[in-house]
Design a protein around this ligand. Structure first.
Ligand code: DX5
Ligand code: ZN
Length: 239
């Protein structure tokens, strides 16, 4: 069997929040390559989750990469704390109304991967000024704020061109976040996404986490092998 290309970053947003340590361990044991941590401040998005203190505490589960996804209005103000918490990558939103470049530089200076996320309605051109500073471009395929929403195929069109905004095309990664499951994985792979953020489908009653992750990776890899660069997004395809 060919080596797997697509990585999964399990989002613990819809896991048992009272037992996050075990839930994160479970996701890694089931084949997740990374853990995706959704930080929300009730201001940038209409939901509140957790902060750097909880992430730091979760580091006890081991060395697998932690991806922080900051849906907060003032990432610059809290960046030292997220760096100190042991995040391997830190992604915040290009839509924030504060200077972005100094925060990206701070993340990189700390030796972590720096990323910017784009909401479904934001064009990739918003990333233009930060081209040389991005290790990660995170394409949101739902409106940020909640797990369990439907994958937006129109927003997925940005996955392929997002690669053009990475500082280094070899080590850089495009992450796709929102509504990724068995139905949308092949399209994400076909468009060349390196990391799929997978949330609610892992935690649904009756779902076997290991089976979901294996299927999603296999479908994405198959999409990449058979369709990368060949096929455009067909908005009529079932989502
Ligand atoms: C939504 C979060 C996502 C979410 C994904 O704002 O950024 O990471 O947890 O969950 P699903 O896979 O259910 O869309
Ligand atoms: Zn997220």
């Amino acid at each position: 069997m060919a080596a797997r290309r697509t990585l999964v970053s399990a989002s613990i947003l819809d896991a048992d929040l009272a037992d996050l340590e075990n839930e994160a361990r479970k996701a890694l044991k089931a084949g997740s390559n990374r853990i995706h941590l959704d930080v929300m401040d009730g201001h940038f998005v209409p939901n509140i989750t957790f902060g750097p203190g909880l992430i730091k505490r979760l580091r006890c589960i081991g060395k697998k990469p932690f991806d922080a996804h900051l849906m907060i209005s003032e990432p610059g103000r809290y960046m030292d704390q997220f760096i100190d918490a042991g995040c391997d990558s830190i992604t915040f939103h290009v839509e924030v109304e504060e200077p972005i470049e100094p925060t990206l530089l701070k993340i990189r200076k700390a030796g972590r991967q720096a990323g910017l996320a784009v909401k479904p309605g934001t064009p990739l051109s918003a990333l233009e000024p930060y081209r040389d500073l991005l290790d990660i471009v995170m394409v949101m395929t739902v409106e940020p704020g909640f797990g369990g929403q439907s994958f937006m195929r129109d927003a997925a069109r940005k996955i392929l061109p997002a690669h053009g905004y990475l500082a280094d095309r070899v080590s850089g990664q495009v992450h796709v976040d929102g509504g990724v499951n068995r139905r949308s994985a092949a399209l994400c792979g076909r468009l060349g996404a390196e990391v799929l953020v997978v949330g609610s489908t892992l935690w649904k009653k009756g779902h076997d986490i290991a089976r979901e992750i294996a299927l999603i990776k296999a479908l994405a890899d198959e999409g990449y092998r058979s369709g990368f660069g060949k096929t455009a997004v067909d908005p009529g395809e079932p989502g």
